[in-house]
Structures are given as structure tokens and as C-alpha cells.
Design a protein around this ligand. Structure first.
Ligand SMILES: NC(=O)c1ccc[n+]([C@@H]2O[C@H](COP(=O)([O-])OP(=O)(O)OC[C@H]3O[C@@H](n4cnc5c(N)ncnc54)[C@H](OP(=O)(O)O)[C@@H]3O)[C@@H](O)[C@H]2O)c1
Length: 331
């Protein structure tokens, strides 16, 4: 079985995704849409998209029923609108993280996918990387006992201006960067019972930085920090009753992880770019999520079991509460 993909948006991550599709023999990039004819042509030329499927509007891509799946690569401010456009035209959708601006938008998107019986998934690519797969295996094997603490952060100083500092585009550290530590905590501990946060809303009107403290019914806690103003460690430490696991810089796409338990320390090397036993190639690991999506569809499923839609919704609720705690409202 092979899948014909369309890409909506021609920004930075769309290029990485087109490259990722090129690594999978069962993925075919057959269409691209941009708000601009020029950008659609340029992107299409670069990734060998047929000339008559380089669309100058997202609506034109939605009208193309030869496309099976659409990757929504627009800013989070537009994820709801674009995901609904493609679902309502009968396409399965892989939507970039953060899935939406808030849980209400996410719930709309999920409801339409379920009503129409179409595939929908949040592109939380970290979950499908070899290091994250190994992390889940170690936890399932009880390598560190019961997880009681997840401490993770992600932040760099970004130059002012641009999408990340634009409230109208859903900017801020939390939705773009903080979603990774929050999602990691969700993967390991589930939905928190309590969420508190402290942060700094800067002159642009978005969170320049934020720390989210969550508590869980079993007494576990997580701390997720993100920043656009300062260099954080960008690591994660997962502590259990019998040991701990560390994800090195960069915690959202690590090439290794270290397990310390029962008096021994072991480092597993698991390059994000590696494809099973195939030789390593340059580039990121965005293709792992696509392989999973193809496998789920082939097996007749309409969502992921690694990042289920109900969990995506729960993560959005956590992000909503954290934003409310610091008084961050999008226009
Ligand atoms: N998975 C990852 O590693 C990763 C990394 C970075 C970003 N992301 C996520 O992916 C999304 C896109 O991020 P990006 O860094 O690729 O952003 P970007 O470089 O700014 O690109 C976003 C693209 O969205 C399209 N778009 C549609 N409506 C728009 C609007 N009203 N304003 C601006 N752009 C609009 C534009 O393409 P056209 O002009 O062609 O329409 C634009 O180039 C975000 O949600 C972000 O959080 C994920």
C-alpha cells in the first residue's frame, strides 16, 4: 500500500517533512499548496511535485481528490481552520504540533475526523524517534520502577520578531517549545490532576518563558520549562523509584539516552536519523512518524496509539491551564 501526500504551507518545517517523505518508498509527495503561486512553484520544483499540482491556495489542494493525506504545516493559529478544510474535503490529516491554539479548537478537529471516519494525528514526531521508543520500552520493562518525576526543558534565545513573537500566530515559548516537555510528561504520567505555572509575558504579548508544574493522582510531579529568551539545558530527566533515565540535549530529538539503575549506568545510542538497520543518512527523524501513520492506516486504524487523539486533547487542556495561570490570551 502506498500513500499520496499533499503539503499545506511551504515554511521551514514543510521542507523537513518533504525531505522525510522522500525517505519512505511508500510515500509520494504529489501536491503542495501555498498562499503564494511563487512559493508553491519553488517548493514544487525542489521536491519534484508535478507542475499541475503546485497550488496557489489551500482550497485548491482540498479540491484535489487524488491526494490521500495532507500534512498541515501552517502556524498553530491556523491549524483548526486548515485541518477542518482538509477533513471536510475527505482527506486524512497529519497536523503539526501544537495541535491547535487551545483544547476547544482541538476538540472540533477531533470531532470532525471521527464523524467523517478520517485519519487524524498530531505530528508529535519525538514520540516515534528510536530514543523515545527505547524510553517507552525501558519504562514498560520497569527498568526504573515507578516514575515519580519528569523534569524537562527546551529553550533558546530567539531574536525578536517573527512567528514566535506574534500573538496572532499563537506565538510564545509554551506552544512551540514547551509542548515537547509537556508531551513527554503526558506520555509517562498521563493527564495531571493539577497544573500551575509561572512565567513572563514579554513586550510582544506572548510568553517569553514559562515553567509548568503538574501534579498527578499518584503523587508524581513534572516540571516543564520553555524559554525564547535564555538558553535552557534542553534535556530531560525521568526519575523512578528504582533509577532514572536522562535524555540529553536536545530532549525532543535525542540520539541517545542514559539509564542509571541498580548500580549500573548504560548509554544507548539511538540516532534520530537512523532508519531501522538501514545506513544512517543525514537529516532529522521526521519520517518515523510517517511510517507509523502508514502502518496504522494499513491496519485499518484512524488514529495513532502512540499519540492518541484523546491524549492530544488532554495535552491541550494542560497548555490551556498553564496559559491561564500566567494570563496569556491569544487575540
Ligand atoms: N515538528 C517540528 O520539528 C517543528 C519544527 C518547527 C515548527 N513546527 C510547527 O510547525 C508549524 C509551522 O512552523 P514553521 O516553523 O514551519 O513556520 P514558518 O516557517 O513560519 O512556516 C509556516 C507556513 O505556514 C503557512 N501559512 C499559512 N497561513 C499562514 C499565516 N496566516 N501566516 C503565516 N504563515 C501561514 C505559510 O506558508 P505559505 O506562505 O506557503 O502559505 C508559512 O510559510 C508550527 O505549528 C510549528 O510549531 C514543528
Amino acid at each position: 500500500m502506498s500513500f499520496r501526500w499533499g503539503i499545506a504551507g511551504t515554511g521551514s518545517i514543510a521542507h523537513g517533512f518533504a525531505d522525510a517523505l522522500g525517505r519512505l518508498p511508500d510515500a509520494h509527495l504529489v501536491a503542495v499548496a501555498s498562499r503564494s503561486r511563487e512559493k508553491a512553484e519553488e517548493f514544487g520544483e525542489k521536491y519534484a511535485v508535478p507542475a499541475d499540482r503546485r497550488y496557489a491556495s489551500y482550497e485548491d489542494l482540498a479540491a484535489d481528490d487524488t491526494v490521500d493525506l495532507v500534512y498541515v504545516a501552517s502556524p498553530q493559529s491556523h491549524h483548526r481552520e486548515h485541518t477542518l478544510l482538509f477533513l471536510n474535503s475527505g482527506h486524512g490529516v497529519l497536523c503539526e504540533k501544537p495541535f491547535a491554539l487551545d483544547a476547544a479548537q482541538a476538540a472540533d478537529m477531533i470531532a470532525v475526523a471521527r464523524e467523517r471516519g478520517l485519519f487524524l494525528m498530531e505530528a508529535m514526531w519525538s514520540r516515534f524517534l528510536p530514543a523515545y521508543v527505547k524510553l517507552r520500552e525501558l519504562i514498560a520493562e520497569n527498568a526504573i520502577g515507578t516514575v515519580l518525576s519528569v523534569d524537562a526543558d527546551f529553550g533558546f534565545p530567539f531574536p525578536p520578531g517573527g512567528r514566535l513573537f506574534d500573538p496572532a500566530l499563537g506565538g510564545g515559548s509554551l506552544l512551540d517549545l514547551g509542548v515537547y516537555p509537556v508531551s513527554l510528561a503526558s506520555m509517562l504520567l498521563g493527564e495531571p490532576a493539577r497544573v500551575t505555572a509561572t512565567g513572563l509575558i514579554g513586550t510582544a504579548g506572548v510568553d517569553d518563558q514559562i515553567a509548568v508544574l503538574s501534579g498527578y493522582t499518584n503523587g508524581a510531579f513534572s516540571v516543564a520549562r520553555s524559554s525564547l529568551r535564555t538558553q535552557l539545558a534542553c534535556t530531560a530527566r525521568i526519575a523512578g523509584t528504582e533509577g532514572h533515565i536522562e535524555l540529553p540535549f536536545l530532549m525532543h530529538c535525542p540520539d541517545s539516552l542514559t539509564l542509571q539503575a541498580k548500580g549500573t549506568t548504560e548509554t544507548f545510542t539511538l540516532p534520530a536519523a537512523r532508519d531501522g538497520d538501514a545506513p544512517e543518512t543525514a537529516g532529522g527523524g521526521l519520517h518515523h512518524q510517517v511510517r507509523h501513520l502508514h502502518a496504522r492506516l494499513t491496519a485499518g486504524h484512524l488514529e495513532s496509539d502512540v499519540i492518541p487523539l484523546d491524549e492530544t486533547l488532554s495535552i491541550m487542556r494542560t497548555l490551556d491551564t498553564a496559559r491561564a495561570e500566567i494570563g496569556l490570551v491569544f487575540p
